[in-house]
Design a protein around this ligand. Structure first.
Ligand code: C2E
Ligand code: CA
Ligand code: CA
Length: 416
């Protein structure tokens, strides 16, 4: 059975798998019926019938042993293929006690099959579909679509400017992922990144993002050359998730991209959130140190939302803090938000780390941040994320504050 198939239709009579085979995938039944049986002394012992909402073939994947029974389609089926890696990845990320319980249940089930081996059970009751069937089906379908989307080139990077305050000179861009789905149009990352993360597909997504940054950055840098100060760093920032940090080889992948494209390590910033750091701190520290040794900059994204201890700031090789946009959004009206912004700026100053304020939507916010000493800003006020072509087209015309000063707050108007 080809595990890369995604969704398959099989007519009645098809053998799905046979007892004793090694299993490479399990199957979620969308429609139809499957009979699980043992062949003993030239006769068949039916163990169970499985229908819509049930999974077959999962045991051999869960305990990496051979198929405990055979499975045959008895009413035309539509099946969603669940690959071994889709399952093992999820299991690896679960609580060890749960993993142990799962192991015990599987072992008992195998024992039970052994006991009823010789007993004929043709009248086997069918289970009701699980409550989680619809959600599981949607998630698995989307995973298949993401995998196919990567192969078919449906993903695209948008670029949002990051500027220096108070001059508004271009400092760089953040690469933000979009999915141009053939039927559903442009899909925002919030609608597919969490699924890619849960399934482990994010590693392939990040590999694609890295490659695309390598392809696009030289042209963006050329377009920006006249707009950056002669000694100032110009960079592309990209988002890294926890799986990228916990697998080995992130620094090597970035290093390869740099070697293939001639981009300098100093031109790349990796953005990670506090929660990513906290998931597996030991691995995260090792991966980040390897990245820093390569010369990459590390930014802490959504800073202030993680409720985590600040102790990591003293030990990790961090180059930038990005203040979460929720604080910037309310800092004009809400004194508490303004105080948090001030506190983060003071903390960063103590640590000698520059700060990027995210989500700056108007001139009042930009002016206040500049007055408070914030070095960088990003947000709709300076520019929304745009595809590559308009980014390259608009970048040479980027105007700095020297020519177009920020209006005095509060009589500010949004800049076009
Ligand atoms: P993020 O890293 O915090 O990215 C900033 C998000 O804020 C972007 O949303 C951006 O479009 C939005 N934004 C920027 N300025 C403003 C503003 O002035 N106002 C408002 N309301 N929003 C603003 P987007 O592009 O939808 O991305 C959402 C999240 O998806 C990102 O949050 C990031 O966590 C994730 N993401 C995006 N691209 C990638 C990627 O390539 N890899 C990974 N792992 N995650 C990604
Ligand atoms: Ca980010
Ligand atoms: Ca952010």
């Amino acid at each position: 059975m080809d595990a890369s198939l995604g969704r398959i239709a099989l007519p009645a009579g098809t053998m799905l798998f046979a007892e004793g085979e090694t299993g490479s995938c399990a199957f979620l039944i969308a429609s139809g019926c499957i009979e699980i049986f043992l062949r003993r002394d030239d006769r068949e012992v039916v163990l169970a019938n499985r229908g819509p909402g049930e999974i077959v073939g999962e045991m051999a994947i869960l305990d990496s042993r051979s198929r405990s029974a055979s499975a045959r389609v008895v009413a035309d089926c539509e099946l969603v293929v669940i690959t071994a890696s889709q399952i093992s990845h999820r299991i690896a990320g679960t609580d060890p006690v749960l993993r142990m319980c799962l192991g015990v249940v599987i072992a008992r089930y195998r024992e039970m099959i052994g006991m009823i081996d010789s007993r004929d059970r043709r009248q086997v009751p069918r289970n009701e579909p699980s409550d989680h069937f619809e959600a599981a089906l949607a998630t698995l379908s989307l995973e298949g679509e993401i995998r196919r989307g990567l192969l078919r080139g449906e993903f695209e990077l948008f670029f949002q400017p990051i500027v220096r305050l108070p001059t508004q000179r271009l400092a760089g861009f953040e690469a933000l992922l979009r999915w141009r789905h053939p039927t559903r149009g442009l899909i925002q990352p919030g609608d597919f990144i969490p699924i890619a993360e849960a399934s482990g597909l994010i590693v392939d997504v990040t590999a694609w993002v890295l490659k695309e940054v390598g392809r696009t950055f030289p042209a963006i840098l050329r377009a920006a050359l006249h707009n950056i100060g002669p000694t100032q760093r110009f960079y592309m920032s990209l988002n890294i998730s926890s799986h990228d940090l916990s697998r080995s080889g992130l620094a090597e992948s970035v290093g390869k991209m740099l070697a293939n494209t001639g981009i300098a390590a100093g031109n790349i910033t990796l953005e990670i959130t506090e929660s990513v750091l906290m998931k597996d701190p030991a691995k995260a520290v090792a991966a980040l140190e390897a990245c820093r040794r390569l010369g990459l900059a590390i930014a802490i994204d959504d800073f202030g939302t993680g409720f985590s201890s600040l102790s990591y700031l003293g030990t990790l090789p961090i180059s930038t803090l990005k203040i979460d946009r929720s604080f910037v959004y309310s800092m004009i009206e809400a004194p508490a938000s303004r105080k948090i912004v001030q506190m983060i700026l003071r903390l960063a100053e103590e640590l000698d780390i520059p700060v990027v304020a995210e989500g700056v939507e108007n001139a009042d916010q930009a002016k206040l941040l500049a007055d408070l000493g914030c070095a960088f800003a990003q947000g709709y006020f300076f520019g929304k994320p745009l595809p590559l072509a308009p980014t390259i087209e608009l970048t040479p015309q980027w105007r700095s504050l020297e020519e177009y000063p920020l209006p005095e707050a509060p009589a500010a108007k949004k800049r076009a």
